[in-house]
Design a protein around this ligand. Structure first.
Ligand code: AMP
Ligand code: MG
Length: 332
């Protein structure tokens, strides 16, 4: 993909994620009135998830690349008019002219299957929906994948400031945006100061340093017991738990040294929208991202990371030691 083309696509991607993040943040401020339902797999989905996917789907109509692998579809909204009206009201705070039919179509434009060839977007409209619902961290995550390679990633982090202490209480707005373009580094800025761009860089770390890790709040998403056995080998350790791909940004900005995502059950396949944008932000900041066996994440197998198990994102000095320790404790 040409540099100019990527640059122009990244400007569009940042603009739509900034716009949609503002809508999500407004909804997060008034959680009591945010309609939420359970999906078939029992995971929650809210008005915010649908509204963000609708806004991105609508804005992508003006882009040269429209194919999108999105987490949500509009099936439920087609049979639940109350929910549809709530989503429409949220979308209209950003795009006043939006119509119900438009947003159904825009959400369903996220039905691309992904795969090894051609360019497509992948979107997690609200990554960490459970975090969103508990007033914690969540991320809007949009990535561009071409021929199986992640070329660009944008994270909208409404509750995360770039210089925040990850162990602190939930960070309130203004929040931040992180952008990575493959081979060109990663940058972040506060949404209220878009002209003050910070180059993201992982922390300096050596074998005598303590290892500051982050992991999911949800023990069903990443084994807390396994992470406790891994960090034992380091000179010292600290862990914070937070929802969503914010964890990748925490490592990218140097506020933690590693993000561990350790399988909790056989057969779970990570979804590309849960990792594409965040993993590029982290690698372009100097982190190494692999699965728990040290293999590169392979985004060329449709919507799942079929060839990988779990994720380890770490400062370079600690990565191999974590992979070796995983082999030693027999995690698979
Ligand atoms: P996090 O906020 O890091 O806990 O990750 C949230 C994401 O975890 C959701 O978007 C889900 O797609 C994903 N997820 C759901 N079940 C599992 C599981 N068993 N293992 C790993 N990730 C999961
Ligand atoms: Mg997700």
């Amino acid at each position: 993909m040409l540099n100019d083309e990527l640059k122009s696509l990244s400007e569009s991607a940042c603009s739509m994620i900034t716009e949609a993040s503002a809508v999500a943040e407004k909804l997060a401020r008034d959680l009591a009135s945010v309609a939420s339902i359970s999906k078939d797999d029992k995971s929650p989905v809210t008005v915010a998830d649908f509204a963000v996917q609708a806004i991105v789907g609508l804005r992508l109509r003006d882009c040269p690349i429209v194919d999108m692998v999105g987490e949500e579809d509009a099936a439920r909204l087609r049979t639940d008019d109350f929910l549809l009206q709530e989503v429409l009201a949220a979308v209209r705070t950003a795009i006043p002219e939006a119509q119900a039919d438009d947003i159904l179509e825009a959400i369903d434009s996220g039905n691309h299957e992904g795969g090894p060839s051609g360019p497509f977007w992948t979107l997690d409209p609200i990554d960490g929906t459970k975090g969103f619902l508990r007033g914690g961290q969540f991320a809007l995550a949009l990535a561009l994948i071409n021929d199986g390679v992640v070329e660009m990633g944008v994270l909208g982090l409404s509750h995360w400031g770039l210089h925040s202490d990850p162990s602190g209480a939930t960070v309130r707005p203004p929040g931040s945006i992180c952008l990575a373009i493959r081979g060109a580094g990663a940058q972040g800025w506060s949404v209220d100061r878009p002209d003050e761009v910070t180059q993201l860089q992982v922390a300096e770390w050596n074998a005598d340093s303590i290892l500051r890790t982050c992991e999911s709040v949800e023990s069903a998403h990443s084994s807390h017991d396994a992470s406790a056995s891994i960090v034992e080998i380091f000179s010292g350790h600290e862990a914070v738990r937070l929802d969503s791909q914010t964890k990748y940004a925490v490592v990218a900005s140097g506020a933690a040294d590693a993000y561990l995502r350790l399988p909790t059950r056989p057969g779970y396949i990570e979804r590309i929208w849960d990792h594409a944008a965040g993993a590029l932000v982290a690698t372009e900041s100097g982190a190494i991202v692999s699965d728990i066996h040290g293999n590169e994440l392979d985004f060329s197998h449709g919507c799942g990371l079929e060839r990988n198990r779990g994720v380890i994102c770490s400062v370079p000095g600690a990565h191999q030691r974590i992979i070796d320790r995983i082999a030693e404790i027999g995690l698979s």
